[in-house]
Design a protein around this ligand. Structure first.
Ligand code: OMP
Length: 286
């Protein structure tokens, strides 16, 4: 009889209990490559990624590479991303690949194969997905994530100011954001770990909106891990999360990319900045 796979939620809960909730991002912007004295080419990209791995792997619960910054270098850039995902696997650090995919169900199945199947070179422990083709269109990714012990983070309340025009829209008295939260709550109902396998993206910048829309209790009930990007470069702070997320504060994974990467290219300086950010994030209720 085959052993049942551990759920992503169980693995994430254990990792966060051990390392804290900080989720550093690997976002090799062209401007950062230049700031780090690296060429804007595949060799520069690989060196950038190696420095990030040296600073982050084995030291935090989860790392979030942003696919677009690898894709912009073509197939050789994607090969670097495959290596980053493999290195994270080897180090025991969870990977959350930021790809924000969403499509009609049949095509979503192919995206699921690309990022969530055991056979794919681009497999990650979790990926970001977009529910704006309808929550149900994510079903193939949900099914494969369950089968392989992986996770999804569904965009709900994004950190950018433009997000509100879609996410705060109301239909039959319910906001789009609430519908997404309800969808994830239903997916997590069968799981019993503190953080479940299906997460939500709720920007660190949107605390006030959460309160205004009355969504904090719904977030807490969902047991979704809450990816909260927007710290640093986008202006949000850990205090904003503490003020804005109410009962859901303990589920938040504060995510930061440029705010940490500015400390590079010295891997020791990047590591020290990550340790400071980990300590700040420890202020969030466990
Ligand atoms: O899904 C994401 O990670 C994401 C969602 C969101 O609402 N806002 C957001 O900024 N992100 C990503 O989080 C990272 C934020 O980067 P910094 O602003 O440099 O910390 C980028 O990779 C964004 O693509």
């Amino acid at each position: 009889m085959s052993t049942p796979v551990a759920t992503f939620g169980a693995r994430l809960t254990e990792a966060v209990d051990r390392f804290g909730p900080l989720c550093p991002g690997i976002d090799p912007h062209a401007s950062l490559l230049s700031d780090w004295g690296l060429a804007d080419d595949v060799d520069g990209l690989r060196r950038f990624a190696d420095i990030c791995l040296e600073a982050y792997a084995g030291r935090v619960a989860v790392v979030k590479p942003q696919s677009a910054f690898f894709e912009r270098h073509g197939s050789r850039g994607v090969a670097v991303l495959e290596d980053v995902l493999a290195a994270l696997r080897g180090s025991g650090t969870l990977s959350l690949l930021d790809v924000k995919r969403g499509d009609i169900g049949s095509t979503m199945g192919a995206y699921a194969d690309a990022y969530l199947s055991d056979a794919s070179p681009l497999r990650a422990d979790a990926v970001t997905v977009s529910p704006y083709l309808g929550f149900g269109s994510l079903a193939p990714a949900v099914d494969l994530a369950r089968e392989t012990g992986r996770g999804l983070f569904v965009l709900a309340m994004t950190s950018n100011p433009e997000g509100a025009s879609v996410q705060h829209a109301v239909r039959d008295g319910v906001t789009v954001a609430q519908t997404v939260i309800d969808g994830v709550t239903a997916l997590n109902a069968a799981e019993s770990t503190r953080l479940a396998s299906f997460g939500l993206v709720t920007g660190a910048t949107i605390g006030k909106d959460l309160a205004d829309l009355g969504l904090t209790d719904a977030l807490a009930t969902s047991r979704a891990p809450l990816l909260a990007p927007g710290l640093g470069a986008q202006g949000a702070t850990i205090d904003d999360i503490r003020r804005g997320f109410g009962a859901a504060e303990s589920q938040v994974l504060p995510a930061v990319s440029r705010g940490l990467l500015a400390a590079g290219p010295d891997p020791l300086a990047l590591r020290a900045a990550t340790e400071r950010a980990t300590q700040e994030a420890a202020a969030l209720r466990p």
